[in-house]
Design a protein around this ligand. Structure first.
Ligand code: NAP
Ligand code: 8YV
Length: 318
């Protein structure tokens, strides 16, 4: 009788530990999850998922005895914590262990867009340097004004990594913080002030499309937008239009509104660098995230506690 359902992909290390603590059923082994749950859902006590898959309502509604959910990732906008809280089910995620990796991804996108790195590399690899000569000059990534939307754990790691590039950092969020960076309450005002806007804010209703046409216009024709937070934060249609018209100078995107779909216009523009949601995707960081995701449900089974519950469900442990 399986007591743990795994919805997300897992590493061999995670599978080994899970099999020692639970009777595991993997979603990918089932021809049809809802049909299987209609028969066995009462036995499921734990679910392991990730930030992409979240907790589908057709799963949650079929597991009446669910005790806890562990998500293999820090962003949990795909999990309806209102619904899980209403049933007294705690949710955990994997904060902190991926900060440096995701910040490095943002930095790579920033440097790539400013220096036209992907276009330049493709030009050289395709042998076009010999036949067509060099490409136009690019823009320096040194000494720029950079605005961070979402100066949280990852945003702070990114600000630190930008310091050696002489970046002048400002940030926008719901609250002012105790640091030396310049704070903006208005995202449009910050966009007007900076050369580059880097988004590392969570998804969800409160951030949906907050990077809109006005924000892109404020960044301007030489402005650059980088998004490593969630695709839903940026109005993707407005972005394609701003880049097409030249109202915005360039973009570096790791996250998209309808992943894994990336609009063709964004894929084809030379001033846009796209990556397939690889912010945390290294062996080392996924190992740390996997260990924490497993620790959370193993601990819950042993003691009823979790190491890193999401803030919305902390009260369930009091
Ligand atoms: P965090 O420490 O909670 O930081 C989130 C920041 O966003 C905070 O500074 C918060 O500041 C700000 N924020 C939250 N809601 C906001 C709103 N409505 N308007 C403006 N700012 C808002 O989270 P984190 O660990 O740094 O992770 C941030 C996000 O990165 C995750 O939620 C996830 O979506 C994304 N992520 C992406 C990847 C990837 O592979 N690309 C990997 C990991 C994480 P205030 O509270 O002051 O508003
Ligand atoms: C992962 C992420 O790709 O942690 C997050 O919020 O977006 C990424 O680290 C995702 O959670 C799947 O594991």
């Amino acid at each position: 009788m399986a007591d743990l359902m795994v919805l997300c992909s897992t590493t061999p290390e995670m599978q080994l530990r899970l099999s020692g603590a639970f009777d595991v059923v993997y979603e990918h082994d089932l021809p049809d999850v809802p049909t299987w749950l209609d028969e066995h859902g009462e036995d499921i006590r734990y679910i392991l998922t990730d930030g992409h898959l979240g907790l589908p309502s057709e799963v949650l509604s079929r597991v009446p005895n669910l005790k806890a959910v562990s998500s293999y990732g820090v962003g949990y906008d795909a999990i309806d914590t209102g619904k899980t809280n209403a049933r007294g089910i705690p949710v955990s995620h994997t904060p902190s262990v991926l900060d440096e990796e995701v910040a490095t991804t943002a930095l790579l996108l920033y440097l790539s867009v400013m220096r036209g790195f992907v276009t330049q590399a493709n030009h050289a690899k395709a042998g076009r340097w010999e036949t067509q000569g060099g490409l136009p000059l690019t823009r320096s990534a040194d000494g720029r004004k950079i605005g961070i939307l979402g100066l949280g754990r990852i945003g702070k790691a990114l600000a630190r990594k930008l310091a050696p590039f002489g970046a002048e950092i400002s940030y926008c969020g719901r609250s002012i913080q105790d640091n030396d960076y310049q704070y903006f309450t208005s995202l449009t005002e910050m966009a007007r002030h900076v050369d580059v806007l880097i988004c590392i804010a969570p998804g969800g209703a409160s951030t949906h499309h907050i990077v809109n046409t006005d924000v892109m216009a404020a960044l301007g024709a030489n402005g650059v937008l980088i998004n490593v937070g969630r695709g839903s934060v940026v109005d993707e249609i407005a972005l394609a239009s701003a880049l097409n018209s030249g109202a915005l100078g360039g973009a570096g995107l790791d996250v998209f509104e309808n992943e894994p779909y990336i609009p063709k216009t964004l894929r084809e523009m030379p001033n846009v660098v796209v990556t397939p949601h690889i912010g945390s995707a290294t062996i080392e960081t996924r190992r740390a995230m996997g260990a924490l995701a497993v620790d959370n449900i193993v601990e819950h089974k042993a003691s009823g506690k979790m190491h890193t519950p999401v803030p919305e469900c902390i009260h369930l442990f009091n």
